[in-house]
Ligand binder design. Sequence first.
Ligand code: BG6
Length: 470
Amino acid sequence: MSDKKILWGSASAAYQVEGAFDQDGKGPSIWDRWVKLPGKTFEGTNGDIATDHYHRFKEDVALMKEMGLEAYRFSISWPRLIPNGVGDVNQAGIDFYSQLIDTLIENKIEPVVTLYHWDLPAALQDKYKGWLSRDIVADFTQYADLCFKHFGGRVKYWIILNEPNIFTSLGYILAMHPPGHVDQKEYLQAYHNTALVHASVVKSFKEKNIPGMIGSSIAYTPGYAVSEEHWDKEAQYKYYQTVNWWHCDSYYKGSYPQWAMDHFKQLGILPEITSEDLELMAYAAKHADFIGINYYQSTTLAYNPIDGATMEKFNTDGVKGQFKESGIPGLYKNVYNPHIRYTDWDWAIDPDGLLYSLKELNDRYHKPLFISENGLGAFDVLENSEIHDCYRIDYLKEHIVRCKQSILEGVDLIAYCTWSFTDLLSWLNGFQKRYGFVYIDFLDPGLPRIKKDSFAFYQEVIRTNGDNCE
Ligand code: BG6
């Protein structure tokens, strides 16, 4: 096993843990609104209170310290800092994150800050349709600069955007996230604007000489061809062009893949991409310090005829066995893989896919890799104040072994964060889909925190730099 030291952490996101959704001057986000619309989330669950981390962060950090956690990745809520997205700053918001950062540092836990984990100020959605407008580039950069001004120096790791590929595809193709549209052209425009935001923030960070490292995190889903037949290999190629390389090249190469560009152009849905855009994107591709990767699953791809499978909404209630073929007619479809296991939410469990992804990204972009999320969403059973989550331990063990292996094979893996430290709100799946090392009893208004068996397991991972997973 490799001796290289990995930074061992765990992650969360503001909307999923903080609660206090309308307290101390915070403005509304698009998620505060979305969850109140009937039928948008599992049983209408929302993050109004969530885990109440806003009021109980000290207790949560104490548990992190007890575990020996080395890094805590959390996100800043833009509307908590700037209630209308631009303009007046909310001092209470600055104070909250400042205290959280100080508490982490006092406990020798590295703060890893995500600037955007999906909770866009609702005011910007109203003003210019949020991610569909290029105006977001200047406004986001100002918001990022505010964070650098107040937290720069104390924070060494910055993740600009969390999974821009997910919030744009679920927001503009699948209509499962706000703003709930189904429009491929809008999706491509919104995604291009995320690439410009990422690039503009990298530039500002570098020009201001803020100490530390910066990047963004893509949800990376490697895709295998279901067979060696050339039509399935072709489907795999088209998936990589229009999905994986589309998302990653724009951030980490500074350009879009050619076949996909031509394809979207032919369909008349390619967004305007100016030479200034490409210059800015090339700057960021050169200067971003790491690639953030959130890894949960792989996919398996097959030929999809022009009248074939379309994009399908997915399992949000945990009743296993709802897997449906879904895809883009004429390009590819995602099919069931009988060789791997699936979770109760029909997500493929594929640790080899993580190793494959790390090597693939390393070969293509030659940058340090930062795993900013990896974890298992499961039903946990609380019995006599204990939670025996051996399935989560197995999942993490198998993935950590692949991380160590990737280093032996030349990958510059710098950090690994699990999703998540405590249980939290799963955006579409409510509180029953749990990821944490710390169980939260959401049925008890006191929201008690209870350590699961995986807590001690990860404590040992940290102590041995992952050698207990061999
Ligand atoms: C990632 C997100 O997509 O996956 C997290 O960054 C999210 O915010 C996690 O919670 C797990 O997804 P889900 O849908 O199971 O909660």
